[in-house]
Design a protein around this ligand. Structure first.
Ligand code: NAP
Length: 306
């Protein structure tokens, strides 16, 4: 398992992390097996959120990590907050402090290694968020902070008020969700792919030393499901299979290796709860695709080069 430094810190974290969005579907015993498999394969970083499974995922994860072979201080635990499901996004100081306390209670841990604002709140007051982060850090409840689904201007606006550096931006990125690079390839053109939805997220993150955590590495856009083995993505699956045969790994591993081949040093956030799929996916950590293989995969996903 290759390691990557998170942001500008000297924290060496696994370049593949396990997300616990879907953990609410497991019993605690099943969750222990899933987490233990991830740890055996070298994963030391886990992501959650207070909205996953209506908070059940945090609870099950919290109970399960008590029973695994690694101690709390050997694991990096990150969760996210700032969403009140189906009501509003809420970055008020009061909500953020309460949300962290609730997450700590559900996870049954004393501190979070990293806490992310889950989705940008248009009503965000950066100075108020800064006060919340200061209080949380001084109280020893959160070590480091980051964001998720923020564009560069939103990151910059918030960073301007903070005393802590934003280390992470968690963003969707997969072979079937490549908007962050498409518009750069199509710069100065007028086709659909030239539309820049997000700002220069990759370039900005690289310049500012922010680690991009790529969520849903095996999914289509808009929660449309898994592309691995999906007949709708026949060309991509053929290309994935060709490289899987060459490197003697699974298609999952190649889809992960494709993200990791990008020089931005992504951390890939896999969400499978199936121990076999975890092992399959993690094999991608060490594979270095050639430049041509990377482009072959990109093109087989239905993209073009001007
Ligand atoms: N910041 C955000 O807004 C945001 C949004 C979404 C997710 N996330 C984070 O990202 C993590 C990963 O997201 P994700 O779960 O969507 O990622 P994912 O790893 O792309 O998808 C996992 C899903 O794909 C299935 N799968 C994986 N390999 C498969 C295969 N070979 N064949 C069939 N099905 C396969 C898994 O089923 P099995 O379990 O059966 O393998 C599972 O249902 C989440 O846990 C969460 O931490 C963040």
């Amino acid at each position: 398992m290759k390691l990557v430094n998170l942001g500008n810190t000297n924290w060496s974290v696994s370049n593949i992390a396990l997300g616990t969005w879907r953990m609410n579907k497991l019993t605690v015993d099943q969750a222990v097996k899933t987490i233990e498999t991830a740890i055996d394969q070298g994963i030391n970083f886990f992501d959650s959120s207070d909205v996953y499974g209506r908070s059940e995922s945090e609870k099950i994860f919290g109970q399960a990590i008590k029973q695994v072979s690694k101690s709390r201080d050997e694991l990096f635990i990150q969760t996210k907050g700032g969403i009140i499901s189906h009501q509003r996004y809420d970055f008020s100081k009061q909500h953020l402090i309460q949300a962290v306390d609730n997450s700590l209670m559900r996870l049954d841990v004393d501190y979070l290694d990293s806490y992310l604002l889950h989705r940008p709140d248009p009503l965000m007051e950066p100075d108020e968020v800064a006060e919340a982060f200061d209080d949380l850090q001084k109280a020893g409840k959160v070590r480091h902070f980051g964001v998720s689904n923020f564009n560069p201007q939103q990151v910059s606006l918030l960073q301007n008020s903070l005393n802590q550096k934003i280390l992470v931006n968690q963003l969707q990125f997969s072979l079937m969700h490549t908007g962050m690079i498409d518009h750069g390839i199509h710069t100065n053109m007028t086709d659909n792919r030239s539309v820049n939805h997000d700002g220069e997220l990759i370039e900005y993150s690289r310049r500012k030393n922010i680690t991009i955590q790529a969520w849903s590495p095996f999914q289509y856009s808009n929660y449309a499901g898994v592309f691995i083995d999906d007949p709708k993505a026949e060309n991509l699956n053929q290309e994935l299979q060709k490289l899987a045969d060459k490197y003697q790994v699974s298609k999952n591993a190649i889809a992960v290796a494709w993200i990791l081949r990008h020089p931005a040093n992504f951390q890939v956030l896999i969400g499978t709860m199936n121990p076999e799929h975890i092992i399959d996916s993690i094999a991608g950590s060490d594979i270095q695709l050639s430049r041509q293989e990377w482009y072959d995969l990109y093109l087989s996903a239905g993209n073009d080069l001007p």
